[in-house]
Design a protein around this ligand. Structure first.
Ligand SMILES: C[S@@+](CC[C@H](N)C(=O)[O-])C[C@H]1O[C@@H](n2cnc3c(N)ncnc32)[C@H](O)[C@@H]1O
Length: 361
């Protein structure tokens, strides 16, 4: 397969070289190679084409569009998130002692690995399933003078082994593999596996815990996006059950008003060896404002250590990159200050559901 792609690149590359607009067409070849899932080769071709065609804006834009498609869009806002960076930097500085061998799950483009190396780790071994991100993490380590102390393995943490990738069990694990909805990257299995196989006994984990918080909300867009019954004189009620029960929205979604405090629905303590395969529970949310609850908002909280917590509570003007998930209710429920409603929840380590518990107070 690899030989086939090399042959295709050589043959098409030679044919394209005859054309006056060679760099622009070379990006087309890079797009084909990317479509065949040879993303690292595609990046190399795109970079070559962009260097050759640097004076042609069409080539540069086509190249950038391809490169951007290979890295999930959250990386840029995440790495620019000053609040998140400060919190992680401080927590890693507190946790890492000189000489430590530390392990990370999911380095992305390598931001936290750079922090860990700067905090004094003798060696940072990290891994990343996305080969383009892994390559970028290596490039950023080299660019910042840490090539000799950061080792990036391309592949999932589940494939990392002692003896081949790690010379001995690591002294500390850190990771931010908590997608907006908390469980999207399967962090419970990944952390449990690394704790069991790759960590020294008693080695700390940063974050020490991750939680899912819920709150009662009124959402201006509920009528347009959170329900469907009738429009333009037609009965659309058969569509009602097709409205998603987990809508991802930006943290500063306009018109989303939290009417209660956030309560912890699930908390995962990473000093524990394992987590239940599924859990169901309910928490009471007390209204702090009068209004009409039409939505349950949920968001993540990371306890990096005893001193630092990062919480993605949705609020106007919030800058944290992580997004809340909204569960729209079928109909608004009026609340007065002090009223309590119970929010129920279930997870199976992969997905989370929330609802208003029928035993509402
Ligand atoms: C939210 S990003 C965070 C990236 C980086 N740690 C940071 O904080 O800047 C999570 C990354 O972890 C990777 N990832 C998730 N689970 C993984 C696993 N089990 N093994 C390797 N990579 C993983 C994803 O591909 C993604 O790039």
């Amino acid at each position: 397969m690899s030989d086939d792609i090399d042959r295709m690149i050589a043959t098409l590359g030679a044919a394209l070289r005859q054309r006056p607009d060679y760099p622009f067409h070379l990006i087309g070849l890079a797009e084909m190679v990317a479509a065949e899932k040879h993303r690292r080769r595609a990046v190399k071709l795109a970079r070559e084409a962009m260097a050759l065609g640097r004076d042609d804006p069409a080539t540069v834009m086509r190249g950038r569009r391809l490169l951007a498609s290979m890295l999930p869009g959250y990386h840029v806002p995440m790495m620019n998130d000053a609040r998140r960076n400060r919190a992680w930097d401080a927590a890693l500085r507190r946790a890492i002692r000189p000489g430590m061998l530390v392990f990370e799950i999911g380095t992305g483009a390598g931001m936290l690995a750079l922090m860990a190396a700067r905090a004094g780790a003798a060696k940072v071994v990290t891994c990343e399933t996305n080969p383009v991100a892994a390559e970028l993490a290596r490039a950023l380590a080299a660019r910042n003078g840490y090539a000799d102390r950061i080792e990036v393995i391309t592949g999932p943490s589940q494939k990392v082994t002692i003896g081949t990738d790690l010379e001995r069990p690591a002294d500390l694990l850190f990771c931010d593999i908590f997608a907006d909805g908390l469980l999207g990257f399967d962090p419970l299995s990944a952390i449990g596996d690394v704790r069991a196989r790759l960590l020294a006994p008693g080695a700390p984990v940063v974050p020490r815990a991750a939680s899912l918080c819920v709150g009662l909300a009124a959402w201006e867009d509920h009528d347009r996006s959170g329900k469907i019954d009738a429009a333009c004189g037609f009965d659309l009620s058969p569509l009602a059950d097709f409205v998603d029960v987990a809508l991802l929205r930006p943290i500063d979604t306009p018109g989303l008003d939290l009417l209660s405090d956030g309560e912890t629905l699930f908390r995962f303590d990473f000093s524990e060896a394992s987590f239940p395969a599924s859990e169901r529970c309910a928490v009471a949310c007390r209204a702090l404002k009068a209004g009409h609850v039409d939505t349950i908002a949920r968001w993540i909280r990371l306890e990096l250590d005893a001193e630092t917590t990062l919480e993605a509570r949705p609020e106007p003007g919030a800058l944290f990159f992580s997004s809340p998930t909204l569960t729209p209710l079928a109909a608004p429920i009026p609340v007065s200050v002090g009223d309590e409603m119970r929010v129920g929840g279930w997870h199976d380590r992969h997905k989370i559901l929330t609802w208003i518990d029928p035993g509402a107070c």
